[in-house]
Design a protein around this ligand. Structure first.
Ligand code: KG4
Ligand code: ZN
Length: 338
């Protein structure tokens, strides 16, 4: 089966062609450089960028895949969560393609697609099986989902304030670093050569809670920078300490969720999963608990069309097909597809 996946939920215009779970092409054009000077995404700039570049990205993806538009069996598109204007551009494009090619449409949940990026048939990575605990760590979400089958998606924990990627971006801003902050904080943390670290307190959300919270840690970083002289060494130390606190906390939560719901597979997705220190932290703590961790290759952690294409293939094989009245659902959470 050949799928064409369209991803426009935020600042990445992504289109991919997949065949039976393998990626034939995955093209991405990002408007991140246009948002950098504002220190965050400006929704209108993102939507305008999608409408300007979507056709070029699609043409490149189809050309590089070696298949023709008419060979495509199903069109997958992200319909939420995300920025409303950006989602609408991708959805309208997907509908136009579906009508022109007389092919079925599958509207997919962006968060679930991040998890199902692990089902991309990439020789370098083994694939998970159900049931598993899904951990989504991105710029907009930090949540845990119990996934018992391809069509079962149960929210078990979420962040009560900031998403983890958002916290990375805000801490980078406090330290005077560029946007997006995640990759920069990772580099600064890796360059820290000290032996001690600042013990930022982990959030206390009550006994038994699996939820997340990051605004307290972010505020602790802010207070620390106000009370201390911040030179390059201090910036590295803060980056290291912040990252360690956050990743220890996320790992503890993920392990507790696996234990509580009696699953021994942890499937991770989203932009923050691209961080090598997180991968190491999860691998170390999960190994001793007999939990197998799945993380996609870096290019499939960040927003991309490939995860949408492969997820649409899986859903279509299960009989899912979306009506042409599909619309954007910016706050979509526990629903897999329409
Ligand atoms: O999944 P994604 O591409 O978009 C959303 O769906 O939000 O995630 C983007 C987020 C940004 O907040 C960015 O700072 C963070 O992922 N990020 C990272 C890294 N690469 C991207 N955070 C930590 N370490 C990284 N290497
Ligand atoms: Zn994302």
């Amino acid at each position: 089966m050949i799928a064409l996946g369209i991803e426009t939920s935020c600042d990445e215009t992504g289109i991919s062609v997949s065949k039976d779970g393998k990626i034939l092409s995955s093209e991405i054009s990002s408007s991140v450089h246009l948002h950098a000077k504002y220190g965050g995404i400006v929704p209108e700039i993102a939507s305008r960028y999608h409408i300007e570049y979507l056709m070029d990205v699609a043409e490149a993806a189809v050309r590089k895949s070696g298949v023709r538009y008419r060979d495509v069996d199903v069109i997958g598109v992200t319909y939420g969560p995300g920025l409303c204007g950006s989602l609408l551009v991708g959805i309208s494009f997907a509908k136009a393609l579906a009508l022109a090619l007389k092919k079925p449409l599958v509207g997919v949940n962006h968060i679930a697609a991040h998890l199902y990026a692990n089902f991309i048939r990439d020789n370098a990575f083994s694939q998970p099986r159900h049931p598993f605990m899904g951990l989504v760590i991105s710029g907009g979400h930090t949540s845990l989902y119990l996934c018992k089958s391809i069509t079962s998606f149960k929210l078990v924990a979420r962040t009560q304030d900031d998403a983890v990627g958002e916290a990375f971006d805000k801490v980078a801003k406090i330290l005077g670093l560029a946007y997006p902050g995640g990759p920069i904080i990772e580099k600064m943390a890796a360059a820290y050569r000290g032996t001690d670290y600042i013990k930022f307190t982990k959030p206390n959300l009550g006994a038994g809670s699996l939820d997340f919270s990051f605004s307290g840690i972010k505020t602790a970083v802010l207070y620390y920078t106000e009370k201390n002289k911040i030179d390059e060494y201090q910036k590295k130390k803060i980056a290291y300490s912040f990252q360690k606190t956050v990743f220890d906390f996320i790992t503890e939560r993920a392990v507790s969720a696996c234990k509580k719901f009696k699953v021994n597979r942890l499937v991770v997705g989203g932009g923050v999963a691209a961080n090598k220190a997180l991968t190491a932290c999860l691998a170390e703590k999960c190994k001793s608990k007999n939990i197998t961790v799945f993380i996609p290759g870096i290019k499939y952690c960040l927003d991309n069309g490939a995860m949408v294409a492969v997820f649409a293939e899986l859903l279509y094989k299960k009989g899912k097909k979306t009506k042409m009245n599909l619309t954007a659902e910016p706050n979509l959470e526990g629903v897999l597809c329409r």
